[in-house]
Design a protein around this ligand. Structure first.
Ligand SMILES: Cc1cc2nc3c(=O)[nH]c(=O)nc-3n(C[C@H](O)[C@H](O)[C@H](O)COP(=O)(O)OP(=O)(O)OC[C@H]3O[C@@H](n4cnc5c(N)ncnc54)[C@H](O)[C@@H]3O)c2cc1C
Length: 431
């Protein structure tokens, strides 16, 4: 059993969680190697909503300033009723309450900044290599293979390979992502096509209509481009089926516009101005709750979407991946005689699962607030649909100091916890 910090960590997947883990491990003085199946030139579309818990981690890693200047900074999403009257607000960020505004930023910008830092730190990344399977794990480490037949080894392997994770097949055999029955249909549209010049209209917004919610969220720096979308019940497809639906813009547009006359005026205007080439889909899959996020031999770990892909309504998918990576990187350098890997991993997984469970519960409440009116009102009475309460009520989520929590726990086991150098960013990037 490993009872010293690992000196070689392999990370499968250079997505948001994998890149963050690599930077966070480097900050802790632990060497790692990233393996990514895609080419670095592959570009990704769409934007992400990031809340203070994610932004605090990115800030600690020296990435916040350049990201916030490239995205749309805001505080709340307004909930409007079918008369387009604002009935409630949900805080996705707030400087006074949670230290940071929320940030909506293109995924490509986020990946580019994370990759740039990985390069600056000289962290090795092998692109175009697809992980295939674990060959063996024992007290000396883990060896693994790629689809092209090549092999590698490490003290620990971390699968940050997303919702359809191959590493998870080893950690939790037989567990597959489950389709929720809902697919989001979205488009990117100029705000000026929806809201007349000079009219002040709250955005981001979720308009709660007869058939659910129509969401509009600005996604570029000045808020002039808006993501507009809603979700529909749709039968599960295989990969080819989803690709075919995405390619059939006419069918997608018709689906997007189903019952158009039932939406309030602003949603109708958006639906009448959809730029077809920007139509996109997002079928909601979730990963069932896993018993473990690590293998019996503890040398293989999964995190991010590979461990817990969650529904999107609270905008916490990527943020929980950041937290997983940041906390795992905090705990690994603390391994020692009083803190072997198995004890550390049991604590880490339980602590992470508890937070993910709370996020899932919050997400369900938010989902319920987007249901058709009659169902929503019943659930509101039962306290099962989200309604705002006291100022700062999301402090448990946004103000959590997850690294400090890990170090406090480590101290109970080892009496002292090693902290990472305060001037880490300056020394590594300027030096
Ligand atoms: C349309 C959409 C909108 C979203 N909006 C938000 C939002 O607003 N806020 C939010 O917090 N979250 C959002 N999410 C969720 C968020 O994108 C995910 O939670 C996040 O990307 C998970 O990061 P990850 O690194 O764990 O996995 P991924 O981002 O899926 O990265 C996995 C990486 O592993 C690589 N990989 C996979 N298999 C292998 C293999 N066998 N070998 C080598 N490499 C491999 C992949 O190429 C990829 O680069 C959204 C998701 C979607 C689809």
């Amino acid at each position: 059993m490993l009872s010293a910090p690992p000196s070689r960590v392999a990370i499968i997947g250079a997505g948001l969680s994998g890149l963050t883990l690599a930077i966070a491990l480097h900050r802790q003085g632990i060497a790692c190697h990233l393996y990514e199946l895609r080419d670095p030139t592959t570009s990704t579309s769409g934007a992400l909503m990031l809340s203070p818990n994610a932004l605090r981690i990115l800030d600690t890693l020296g990435l916040y300033k350049q990201l916030s200047s490239q995205g749309y900074n805001f505080e709340t999403i307004a909930f409007k009723n079918s008369e387009e009257v604002t009935t409630d607000r949900y805080y996705l960020g707030n400087e006074k309450l949670y230290q940071y505004k929320a940030l909506r930023v293109y995924r490509q910008v986020l990946l580019t900044e994370l990759r740039a830092m990985v390069d600056q730190l000289h962290i090795p990344v092998t692109y175009g290599l697809k992980f295939s399977h674990i060959i063996s794990e024992d007290d000396n480490g883990v060896s693994f293979a790629f689809v092209d037949g090549s092999r590698a080894s490490a003290d620990i392997l971390v699968g940050a390979d997303g919702i359809h994770s191959t590493v998870r097949k080893y950690v939790a055999p037989g567990v597959e992502p489950k389709y929720s029955g809902q697919v989001a249909i979205t488009c990117a549209i100029q705000k000026s096509k929806i809201i007349p010049e000079g009219v002040d209209y709250d955005m981001p917004v979720a308009i709660h209509g007869k058939h659910g919610a129509f969401v509009m969220a600005p996604q570029d720096i000045d808020g002039s481009e808006v993501l507009a979308g809603t979700q529909r019940a749709w039968p599960e497809q295989d990969r080819a089926g989803w690709d075919a639906l995405l390619a059939d813009k006419e069918k997608l547009l018709a689906l997007f516009r189903t019952n158009i006359e039932d939406w309030p005026a602003t949603a109708q205007t958006a639906l009448n101005n959809v730029p077809e080439n920007t139509l996109s889909i997002w079928p909601y899959y979730v990963v069932p709750k896993l018993e473990r996020w690590y293998s019996p031999g503890k040398r293989v770990i999964i995190l991010g979407d590979a461990a817990h892909a969650i529904p999107p309504t609270a905008g916490q998918g990527a943020s929980q991946g950041f937290e997983d990576s940041f906390t795992l990187a905090a705990i690994l350098p603390q391994l020692g005689a009083n803190l072997p890997l198995d004890t550390a991993l049991v604590y880490w997984k339980d602590m992470r699962q508890e937070r993910v469970d709370k996020v899932i519960a919050l997400t369900l409440q938010l989902n319920n607030s987007r249901l058709p009116q009659a169902e929503r009102e019943k659930l509101e009475k039962d306290g099962k649909a989200w309604q705002s309460g006291d100022a700062g009520e999301l402090g448990w989520l946004y103000n959590a100091l997850v690294e400090e929590d890990v170090l406090a726990w480590v101290k109970t086991k080892t009496k002292v916890a090693r902290t990472c150098p305060v001037d880490w960013i300056t020394s590594k990037l300027v030096g």
